[in-house]
Design a protein around this ligand. Structure first.
Ligand SMILES: *Cc1c(COP(=O)(O)O)cnc(C)c1O
Length: 410
């Protein structure tokens, strides 16, 4: 049973008796009315035109997983990324699943994947009955370490069993070092799936993030920089991949007048209604990146000089979308660790989040091989993402900064 709210307060007054539950709930209601407004990590931020576009959908009766808004949404994404094709689907996870299904993995096939990521990067490997092998991050970008990737590929080649794909995750709104990663992969001919779920709007050298792999995936989940409430996209220059993925995403109907299926498909297409929301969101993507960049700059100025706080490094080849402003805490210098700081913020009704617990440490992936792992482990034990919602007010930012400053106990 969880402890009763208010119980600990009573417990420190000897002889006092816990009031009945009824009083507790009244206390809670009174508290929540008085509590400062909650500051969320990265809530949805509407542009104001979503309703207008959704009305268009209703007026034209395209309430379906096809329609002009969906087609337009895909075209805007391809232009934005500078790729030939985009397929809008129900989530980033389903986009990864479609790319892997296209490769026709067999049991015991291996797929390499960044260990410093969200579970959704690797879950589809398991859906397909293949085996994930995790690769650690480099300190410069927090994304996949090209040297470790090379070691792993050389070992795999020596054993005569190359992986079928490599899922490279663009960590926290930044980009992996694709020049080096691609140089390593040349000669092995293993396709790279770029998981750019959280990095839309950022730049890698002179290109959009999300255009470096054989294919890339985006997510429009509610906590991403733009959202359709839920949704994703598979993007690529490979026409054969996108055509097959389009078929797989719509129950794999063969092009004949009756229902004919030569492969097992999925129901993964994005709704035209949600694509309308996405169109309104894409219009403000640059504004969202700008607002989030300002938030990061504010935190840097206010908190960058506190002993024990450092910011996620920005490699020279990246212009991040600044999705989540992320710091690292050196407990020796700052006085408390990142979990204690998270709790301090929570007490002020401010949501922050520990960075990903690496997948090689997740019980669900117990027993999977990992190359390296110490860097991702260290990031998990020190990293904290601060509230980064693009609609945050100067007062919100001030509250976060003041709380972090007053938590300093060095
Ligand atoms: C959000 C996210 C996903 C999953 O996207 P969904 O649209 O939620 O399925 C995958 N990978 C990374 C790195 C993410 O941040």
């Amino acid at each position: 049973m969880s402890p009763k709210p208010g119980g600990s307060v009573e417990a420190c007054c000897p002889g006092s008796r816990n009031p009945p539950d009824f009083d507790h709930s009244r206390e809670l209601i009174r508290y929540s009315l008085m509590a400062p407004k909650r500051i969320y990590l990265s809530p949805p931020h509407l542009s104001g035109r979503e309703g207008e576009y959704v009305s268009d959908v209703f007026d034209s009766n395209w309430v379906a997983p096809v329609g002009p808004h969906l087609t337009e949404f895909e075209q805007v994404i391809t232009r934005r990324l500078g790729v030939d094709h985009a397929l809008a689907v129900s989530s980033g996870t389903s986009a990864i699943h479609l790319a892997l299904r296209h490769l026709k993995l067999k049991p015991h096939d291996e797929v390499l994947c960044s260990t410093f990521t969200f579970c959704a990067s690797a879950n589809p490997i398991v859906y397909e009955g293949a085996t994930p092998v995790f690769i650690d991050s480099e300190r410069e970008s927090w994304s996949m370490d090209p040297d470790l990737l090379e070691e792993e590929l050389v070992d795999c080649a020596r054993r005569g069993k190359l992986p079928r794909a490599i899922i490279v995750v663009d960590a926290l709104g930044q980009s992996a070092d694709f020049d080096r990663l691609k140089a390593v992969v040349t000669g092995f001919e293993v396709p790279i799936i770029e998981d750019a779920a959280g990095a839309l709007g950022g730049r890698h050298r002179d290109k959009s993030i999300g255009s470096s792999g054989w294919c890339s995936i985006l997510s429009f989940n509610g906590n991403k920089i733009i959202t359709t409430s839920g949704g994703g996209a598979l993007c690529s220059n490979d026409t054969v991949l996108i055509e097959n993925a389009r078929s797989l995403a719509t129950q794999a109907r063969d092009p004949v007048p009756h229902y004919e299926h030569s492969q097992i498909g999925f129901n993964y297409r994005l709704s035209n209604v949600l694509a309308a929301v996405g169109l309104a969101q894409l219009e403000v993507l640059d504004q969202r990146v700008e607002a989030k960049t300002n938030i990061l700059n504010f935190y840097r100025q206010r908190l960058g000089c506190l002993p024990g706080i450092t910011f996620m490094p920005e490699p020279h080849f990246v212009t991040p979308n600044c999705w989540l402003s992320t710091i690292q805490i050196d407990e020796q210098l700052f006085g408390i660790n990142c979990e204690a700081l998270r709790l301090r913020l929570e007490k002020e009704n401010i949501e922050s989040r520990r960075v990903w617990k690496p997948l090689h440490q997740q019980p669900a992936f117990h027993g999977c091989r990992v190359r390296g792992g110490a860097v991702a482990d260290e990031l998990f034990s020190t990293g904290l993402s601060l509230p980064s919602g693009s609609a945050m007010t100067p007062e919100d930012l001030e509250r976060v900064a003041t709380t972090v400053e007053s938590s300093f106990a060095g």
